[in-house]
Design a protein around this ligand. Structure first.
Ligand SMILES: Cc1cc2nc3c(=O)[nH]c(=O)nc-3n(C[C@H](O)[C@H](O)[C@H](O)COP(=O)(O)OP(=O)(O)OC[C@H]3O[C@@H](n4cnc5c(N)ncnc54)[C@H](O)[C@@H]3O)c2cc1C
Length: 371
């Protein structure tokens, strides 16, 4: 007996699940609200470490190695006065323990590994009851197992828990320097091949080399109120004025680092960082579950994409191992997922707390160089 699996969301977690099910000969349908694979920018680089086990299980580890950038593991850590605290350069023969990969490349690898028609583009989940899901704009489908892989603002989540993401006191403003090697070679060289972090009191500046030559900049503000985007005085609707104001907020920082802000183009995107409660669980239901950010959204600390991949692989394995008994598969999967995600959420919250501290640079140095 087969289980009809309906997956909501073609992010990394939903696609990893669909792929592992496919490897085990179990069919699934993925409903994705975006109209096509390239409809929305997929963001920057992801640091993939534990998630490599899921890609191996999905039969995609060689494809992953072909798109991963080992040199993206390079790191520079500085204090806001420009003092270099740590520099790590990856030797060419270093193991790819935490390579960086372009999010769009990784998503394409998963999408290309699925048979035509598994992903139904432009089909947004609206509601579900009694084994039938309904799609926005009309349409319905029967399922034995409904999987919410629909990210931070999951619409499947309320079927299992009233928990909602809450503001964590952090806001991130994302900017970028296109084709940095050509347009700003001295800044590109300063950032290097991987991650460049500058930490101050209540603020940080992170720069990251992307595979397409763009240097992506993340300006983090900690200890912020939930309405910071509208009350901080940065006119985000006017990119030039916004950059000028952001530079004022970084006054007193080493000008070599803040020159990165001045070099950015006019795409300035502010984001509130929200998270679900650490250690969130819910009473298991045999016909519905969640994975990835829908299940355990946490502050960005290099874990979310890895966990989404691991969740997808673990649920796929459980469904294949309990054919015709989705309740047993869900129970087995959720036991492992709750444990794994609670540990990662605790670690992410601790990292966020260290980044928010007045002595963030010293704390992060201790994190990277324990003892
Ligand atoms: C700035 C930033 C940097 C990050 N860096 C890293 C990193 O280096 N390493 C790391 O491990 N993690 C990182 N993360 C976290 C990581 O991006 C997420 O945890 C991960 O993408 C979650 O995957 P997911 O599949 O659960 O959800 P998503 O990737 O959010 O996918 C959800 C999908 O569901 C679709 N969807 C939503 N609603 C509906 C609906 N109603 N119907 C149908 N489809 C729907 C969406 O369109 C989307 O395609 C970072 C996050 C941020 C914000």
């Amino acid at each position: 007996m087969t289980t009809a699996v309906a997956i909501v969301g073609a992010g990394l977690g939903g696609l990893a699940l669909a792929r592992v099910l496919h490897v085990h000969g179990v069919g699934a349908v993925v409903y994705e609200r975006e109209p096509a694979r390239g409809a929305r920018g997929q963001g920057g680089m992801l640091d993939i470490h534990s998630g490599q086990a899921a890609l191996r299980e999905a039969g995609l580890i060689d494809g992953f190695r072909a798109i991963a950038r080992g040199e993206g593991q390079d790191m520079r850590l500085l204090d806001s006065d420009g003092t270099l605290l740590l520099r790590e350069d990856t030797p060419p023969d270093a193991p790819q323990a935490r390579p960086e990969v372009d999010r769009a490349d990784l998503r394409d690898l998963l999408l290309d590994s699925l048979p035509e028609g598994v992903v139904r583009w432009g089909r947004a989940f609206e509601s579900a009851a009694d084994g039938v899901l309904r799609l926005e704009g009309g349409g319905s489908a029967r399922y034995d197992l409904l999987v919410g892989a629909d990210g931070a603002n999951s619409r499947v989540r309320p079927l299992l828990t009233p928990a909602r993401p809450a503001h964590t006191g952090q806001h991130v403003v994302e900017l970028g320097i296109p084709d940095a090697d050509r347009t700003h070679p001295e800044l590109a060289a300063m950032v290097g091949r991987g991650n460049y972090w500058v930490l101050g009191d209540g603020q940080s500046l992170g720069a990251q080399r992307n595979g397409d030559g763009r240097v992506r900049l993340y300006l983090s503000f900690y200890r912020t109120p939930a309405d910071w985007i509208t009350t901080c005085g940065v006119p985000f609707h006017d990119p030039e004025a916004a950059k000028a104001r952001l530079l004022e907020l970084f006054a007193g920082w080493d000008p070599r680092s803040t020159a990165l802000i001045g070099a950015c183009d006019d795409v300035v995107v502010p984001r509130a960082i929200t998270a679900l409660p650490v250690g969130l669980t819910w009473p298991s239901r045999p016909d519905t579950t969640l994975l990835g950010d829908a299940a355990h959204l946490m502050p960005p600390a290099g874990e979310g994409a890895n966990l989404a991949l691991l969740d997808g692989a673990a649920l796929g394995r459980a469904v294949a191992g309990h054919r015709g008994d989705p309740g047993a598969a869900v129970a087995e999967y959720e036991r492992g997922m709750f444990e794994r995600s609670a540990a990662a959420a605790r670690q992410s919250a601790q990292l966020q707390e260290a980044m928010a501290a007045p002595d963030a640079a010293r704390r992060m140095l201790a994190f990277f160089q324990p003892g």
